[in-house]
Unconditional design. Structure first.
Length: 381
């Protein structure tokens, strides 16, 4: 075997013993190009889907439910009777109040008759006194009786008014035994059954929940206090629900409520997003993940967020203050100060800095990877 063939074999054996490979290479840094993109900054929050307008239907009188005319998902019209409370007790109270009112009217007629009689006596005694046919005491007595009967008429008139009010109240309570829908809509909740007793005491019980228009829904989201300053009415929003994982619903911010909600020292504000629901896909109570589009930049120069997070090794040149990205210049790291803008979580806008589109920036350290193995030359043996 000649030295020409022996030398490659000897070197290959030595490299194998040393654990090295002439085909191994290492890329010290990973890079990505600076790109021009359209960026949208979003605020993500969770919320609950609800109808825009919901009416709670209750009862203003107490009693036993004897009839229910609607159920879940029933379409109702304004003024339609949806349930009825046993009216017999209220009918009895109406009859009693009517009788008292009639009695008060009869008392008023009697009092007016007595007043007319007393007035006639007074005028007669006055005429006789003027003719000196009766004493002054008799005239005074007639006048006193006349005034007393006037007061009696006023008192009975007050009783008539009170009896009329009680009669009207009894009639109203009787009408309340027929529970009606105050709006056109759909019954989304029923909290009562036939035979159940309703107690309308200090708080009106809720019997039905009626949604006025299920083609218009809203999502009430809880936005953290650190991000609510970016949210404005009129901003676009998108959201998803678990029931339709492949569907994205469109909405718009209609309200940023000022009342704070504090839970475990975390302050949030309710942001309301309205959305159309023509196909009735969205149902009350669904949990929604909402993305509020708070800012947008069209076709701007952007770098990966990883480039802004990259930290070079100690031997790299010092970086200036503020945001900086790193580029490779003749194989060495070089810092490039930048002024950042909008970010979508993956890319960040570069508003100022010595970067051009397509230029590659460092996003991380590289990893060793074996090169393609070289064939071992075979000599003549």
């Amino acid at each position: 075997m000649t030295i020409r063939w022996f030398l490659p074999l000897f070197l290959g054996a030595v490299l194998a013993v040393c654990g090295c490979s002439p085909g191994t290479s290492r890329e010290k840094y990973r890079t990505q190009p600076v790109t021009r993109l359209t960026l949208e900054e979003t605020v993500v929050a969770n919320g609950t889907v609800n109808p825009v307008s919901t009416v709670l239907v209750g009862s203003q009188v107490s009693g036993k439910i004897v009839e229910i005319f609607v159920d879940y998902n029933s379409v109702v019209k304004r003024g339609q009777v949806v349930a009825r409370i046993d009216p017999r007790l209220f009918e009895a109270k109406v009859a009693e109040a009517r009788s008292r009112h009639q009695q008060a009217l009869a008392d008023l007629s009697r009092a007016r008759a007595n007043l007319a009689d007393a007035e006639n006596d007074y005028h007669r005694y006055r005429k006789l006194w003027e003719e000196q046919l009766v004493a002054r005491d008799e005239l005074d007595n007639a006048y006193t009786r006349f005034q007393s009967e006037q007061a009696a008429v006023r008192a009975v008139q007050a009783q008539v008014s009170a009896a009329a009010a009680a009669y009207k109240e009894a009639l109203t309570n009787l009408e309340y035994t027929a529970i009606t829908s105050p709006v056109d809509g759909v019954v989304i909740s029923r909290n009562v059954d036939v035979g159940q007793t309703v107690a309308a005491t200090f708080q009106t019980p809720t019997l039905f929940t009626i949604a006025q228009d299920l083609t218009k829904m809203q999502v009430e989201t809880a936005v953290d206090e650190g991000e609510v300053g970016k949210v404005r009415e009129g901003q676009e929003a998108t959201f998803t629900v678990d029931a339709y994982p492949g569907t994205t619903f469109q909405g718009k911010v209609t309200s940023v409520r000022l009342a704070p909600q504090t839970v475990q020292n975390v302050v949030t504000y309710t942001v309301v997003v309205s959305a159309d629901n023509p196909d009735f896909l969205l149902k009350p109570g669904m949990t929604a993940t909402v993305s509020l589009k708070v800012a947008k930049a069209e076709r701007v120069l952007a770098v990966p967020n990883a480039a802004l997070r990259f930290r070079p090794p100690e031997e790299a040149p010092p970086a200036p203050e503020g945001p900086v990205v790193w580029v490779l210049e003749r194989g060495a790291l070089k810092p490039v100060p930048v002024q950042t803008g909008l970010s979508n979580g993956a890319w960040t806008e570069v508003r100022a800095g010595d970067l051009t589109e397509g230029q590659r920036v460092v996003v991380g350290a590289g990893e060793a990877r074996p090169a393609a193995p070289r064939p071992i030359p075979r000599g003549p043996f």
